[in-house]
Design a protein around this ligand. Structure first.
Ligand SMILES: [Zn+2]
Ligand SMILES: [Zn+2]
Length: 348
């Protein structure tokens, strides 16, 4: 099969002919029809993700068709349209059995701990537990565009932030996952304030249902948010994972507010300093981490899509061939672009 193989960090991603992946006994081989390009891929490409060992194939936001199943895979058949969460659970531990797949101690992460879907085929272990059937109404490109971003935003807003109708949701950073959170927050009947420094991203946030927008470069964000929301946001998301957005997210909350950390903080951003006394202690804030979404929660998300409450296809602003992956990642160096880029031609 063809794959975009990373031989060095921050380097070219040449299309190479590599051996087809072997089908795990309990797994399935999926012919990739579309794969999103995500900021997590950018982290892997830069060499800041400790799981990634060279040579490597990235890509964790895929959708495709089952072309082979192992003898212990019973729930899926050749020809079915599928996707999977990027965090794959073991299916047997206490956390997996409790429905919390994303904190499984024996998890695998597609495109990080093993080769991913910047390739014509990807192997998915423990398919019965981890594969998710795509509804007919969701196309491959839209499903890949949902990838980790709509799913991650769903867990952040619904399962972790527990956003309620009428509450104010502040979203710091309107890239793919931030826009997804805006869309889901609006669908839940919350008032959504979108914050970014990119005018195009803020325009998109408006289109996705943001009640208000704020240019973060214009001044002190925490104070501005408290003004707009009449006292502060009930739930605030750092969708970027950098110290400035993390701090802004805490500063913009009202008392007893809930912060959800979506963006993965790497490098110097992994150990921010902040005024714990004034913010977290005095205002009695709650801090949640979030990462991914278990396969068991995809049906609730697909139900929102089927009901017409969200339309993830609208997030996809750009489709490219596999050979365009490097340029798409390079654009993220400068936080350029907006919306979601999806690879929809895997053979060129
Ligand atoms: Zn497990
Ligand atoms: Zn992703």
């Amino acid at each position: 099969m063809k794959a975009a193989v990373m031989m060095e960090f921050d380097g070219a991603l040449p299309l190479e002919q590599v051996p087809d992946p072997a089908c795990p006994r309990d797994g399935a081989i999926v012919a990739v029809r579309a794969c999103g390009v995500c900021r997590s891929d950018h982290h892997a490409w830069k060499g800041v993700d400790p799981d990634v060992v060279l040579p490597h194939v990235m890509g964790h936001e895929f959708a495709g068709e089952v072309i082979e199943t192992g003898p212990e895979c019973r729930a899926f058949r050749v020809g079915e349209r599928v996707t999977a969460p990027f965090v794959l659970g073991c299916g047997a531990c206490a956390d997996c059995r409790a429905g919390e797949h994303t904190i499984c101690n024996r998890q695998h992460v597609i495109g990080f701990t093993f080769w991913g879907a910047f390739a014509e085929r990807v192997a998915i272990p423990r398919a019965d537990f981890n594969l998710v059937r795509l509804p007919d109404t969701v196309g491959f490109t839209a499903a890949a565009g949902m990838g980790c971003r709509v799913t991650t935003a769903f867990r952040a807003v619904v399962d972790r932030g527990r956003l309620q109708p009428g509450e104010w949701l502040a979203v710091h950073g309107c890239g793919g996952v931030g826009l997804s959170a805006v869309m889901i927050g609006a669908a839940l009947g919350a008032q959504v304030l979108a914050i970014d420094i990119n005018a195009e991203a803020l325009d998109m946030a408006r289109e996705f249902g943001a009640t208000a927008i704020l240019d973060a470069s214009a001044g002190e964000v925490g104070e501005a948010v408290r003004d707009i929301t009449g006292g502060g946001a009930h739930v605030s998301l750092d969708a970027l994972g950098v110290t400035a957005t993390f701090e802004n997210s805490l500063r913009c909350l009202r008392k007893m507010g809930r912060h959800v950390q979506i963006g993965m903080p790497v490098g110097a951003h992994a150990t921010p300093t902040l005024p714990l006394l004034d913010l977290v202690y005095a205002r009695q804030l709650t801090l949640h981490g979030t990462r991914g979404l278990g396969a068991n929660r995809f049906p609730a998300l697909f139900a929102m899509v089927a009901a017409g409450r969200i339309d993830p296809a609208r997030l996809v602003t750009n489709t490219i061939p596999l050979s365009g992956a490097e340029a798409a990642l390079r654009a993220m160096d400068r936080f350029q672009g907006h919306g979601v880029t999806v690879i929809d031609r895997l053979d060129c």
